[in-house]
Design a protein around this ligand. Structure first.
Ligand code: API
Length: 276
């Protein structure tokens, strides 16, 4: 069967989006891996599935697969593209949308200026729920990597993140330390790895090695996790701007127990069809 899809991106973090409200198909991890290949497939960082809700209190369900085929709990840039998609496809007329993901319920606000604000929920800091192996919760943890001690923050936005402070993102070991930490045994479900360079109290640069996708042009949940780590450790204040290789995200967080608010763009690139 032929399936219609839309190719989209949020600051260069790119997605194949499938409407499984109007279309009916059983998508498997192998499809994400096959279609995610940038030479023999569509090519994307993540595959997003838009489905009817399983919960009467929300408008849709949205599932996320990395290009390595792994299904994950949350995707911030994908959430904005999801909101743009369901409006453009007239799957809803609402501009405030509640959607359930494996990582929890998030609320999206499609603003008149085209930017999309997402209530990403409160960050999870308890090690066991991230999950991250640690004797107790802390703002920063020392992790041994092949005999070298790495200081990092551990934060979940529904999906797990490690955040490291660096002096200069352009020389950060994203492609060497990133994959090693992604697979570190203290992160039993692997981890996304953010490298943040603080510029001042309200501006920073960020690069992210994503679990299951490698370095991406932007990572929404990574930006939220980096903001939580920077504010918690007294490096920065809310609201703040994070400059990623693909562009800027605006983050607000009022502290523990409060939700992280993320605002940014979502862009449609082209429509296509794939054969299942
Ligand atoms: N690679 C992530 C999922 C995509 C997150 C990212 N694209 C975002 O915008 O939040 C993970 O395995 O948890």
């Amino acid at each position: 069967m032929l399936l219609r899809f839309t190719k989209m991106h949020g600051l260069g973090n790119d997605f194949m989006v499938l409407d499984l409200v109007s279309q009916h198909a059983h998508i498997l991890p192998k499809h994400a891996k096959q279609w995610g290949d940038r030479h023999t497939g569509v090519g994307f960082d993540q595959l997003l599935l838009v489905e009817p809700p399983t919960n009467p209190d929300v408008d849709f369900r949205y599932r996320i697969f990395n290009s390595d085929g792994s299904e994950v709990e949350q995707c911030g840039n994908g959430a904005r593209c999801f909101a743009r998609f369901v409006l453009d496809k007239r799957l809803t007329m609402k501009r405030q949308i509640r959607v359930e993901t494996t990582g929890g319920i998030i609320e999206l606000d499609v603003r008149a200026d085209g930017q999309i604000s997402v209530n990403m929920g409160a960050p999870i800091l308890e090690p066991a729920r991230i999950p991250f192996q640690a004797d107790s919760q802390a703002l920063s943890y020392d992790v041994d990597v092949n005999g070298t001690t790495i200081a990092l923050a551990a934060v979940s936005m529904g999906n797990p993140h490690a955040v490291l402070r660096v002096d200069d993102v352009s020389t950060a070991p994203v492609h060497t330390l990133g994959p090693v930490l992604e697979h570190h045994p203290r992160f039993p479900q692997r981890v996304n790895v953010g490298f943040v360079q603080v510029l001042d109290r309200q501006h920073a640069k960020l690069r992210v090695w994503e679990r299951g996708a490698g370095e991406t042009q932007a990572c929404g949940t990574g930006a939220c996790a980096a903001a939580v780590a920077a504010i918690s450790q007294g490096w920065m204040d809310s609201p703040l701007q994070l400059e990623l290789p693909g562009g800027r995200l605006f983050i607000e967080w009022a502290g523990p127990g409060h939700p992280v608010m993320m605002t940014g763009p979502a862009v449609r690139v082209y429509e296509g069809q794939v054969r299942l």
